[in-house]
Design a protein around this ligand. Structure first.
Ligand code: PBG
Length: 330
């Protein structure tokens, strides 16, 4: 008997061979870059907790979109910082709100880039919660109308896809109905279906100044301990009309990504969130980890788990590393 008969190392000796049997490949086309847009002109302000990410005014955002496109990143996810906040999130659905203005200009100047808009109220509410608040409670059904209005205003501005992130029950249906009635039956919804009440959103809340002024988000976002519940959330969103389902965060939830892909076979997006970004950045700044190699490894793991789409603050840098990597290997 020849032992071992099967030697896995045979296929590992040469890069050309490794490359032939590689099961998972991340490309720039898998990635979505989140971008923060602010009022003003000529603004490109680095976000302290998220090095390499910026608050862009619309003119600067257009340049950024063109750079992303040149690197092969075809989609951005937009977050807005309004001029003012109130208890009805009125700038979330204002015709001249920051997102509405940005989408209009982006689609005019850089029409090829796919513009996805995050639909939520927290950045626009004076209390920082994702829904309408009365007597300390976050109201579900009262919030749906505002969310649907926000989504419609993004559609009217020209958004290519709507991404509700609030976690109110029934919001996908409310948004789908509103879009359909207004003639936007063609516009897809990428729903943040399983969004966990995670401690990894910290740097984002600094960047978007959207931290809740009281309490936390555990009455609407999911308990990190639950997996079956994520399947119920995903099922509901699909029944309500979601075209793409999202799991968020990604790294501590790879099992959820895997299950959702396996059980539903729908297009799956994974959001590699701000805290996941910043902790790697911080480690890399201290030269404890090799940034570009570990970024590609992490993105590969998310795709290997089952994600078709990865939303990541590393999108631009990863696209650059991928180009370099290709050259280096040959
Ligand atoms: C808005 C929203 C949040 C994120 C995306 N959309 C913040 C939150 O739920 O508190 C987090 C993104 C990130 O951390 O990168 N609801």
């Amino acid at each position: 008997m020849h032992f071992p008969a099967y030697r896995p190392r045979r296929l590992r000796e040469k890069e050309a061979l490794r490359s032939l049997i590689r099961e998972t490949r991340v490309t720039a086309a898998d990635l979505v870059m989140p971008c923060f847009v602010v009022h003003g002109e000529g603004v490109k302000r680095e976000i302290a907790s998220m090095p390499g990410n910026f608050h862009f005014s619309i003119d600067e955002l257009i340049k950024e979109a063109a750079e992303l496109k040149a690197l092969g990143v075809k989609a951005i996810l937009l977050f807005g910082l309004p001029a003012g906040k109130d208890s009805m999130a009125s700038e979330a659905y204002a015709e001249d709100g920051i997102i509405q203005l940005a989408v209009r200009r982006l689609k005019e100047k850089c029409p090829e880039i796919l513009v996805i808009t995050d639909v939520c109220l927290c950045e626009y509410m004076d209390h920082g919660h994702c829904g309408v608040v009365r007597q300390g409670r976050i109201l579900n059904d009262e919030s749906l109308e505002l969310l649907a209005r926000t989504a419609l205003s993004h559609a009217v501005a020209g958004a290519d896809m709507i991404a509700p992130s609030d976690m109110m029950d029934g919001r996908v249906k409310a948004i789908r109905d509103t879009l359909d009635q207004a003639g936007y039956t063609h516009l897809p919804i990428m729903s943040y279906s399983a969004k966990y009440a995670s401690s990894f959103y910290g740097p984002f809340r600094d960047a978007a100044s959207s931290a809740p002024s009281f309490g936390d988000r555990r009455s609407y976002q999911m308990d990190p301990a639950n997996s079956d519940e994520a399947m119920r959330e995903v099922r509901l969103d699909i029944e309500e009309g979601a075209d793409i389902v999202m799991i968020k965060p990604a790294l501590a939830y790879l099992d959820i990504i895997y299950r959702v892909k396996k059980e539903f076979g729908y297009p799956v997006a994974a959001y590699n969130v701000s805290g996941e970004f910043s902790m790697l950045k911080a480690g890399a700044e201290r030269e404890w980890i090799d940034e570009s190699a570990s970024v590609l490894e992490i993105l590969t793991s998310i795709k290997r788990a089952g994600a078709d789409i990865i939303i990541t603050y590393f999108a631009k840098e990863a696209a650059k590393s991928l180009l370099k990597e290709d050259k280096k290997r040959w």
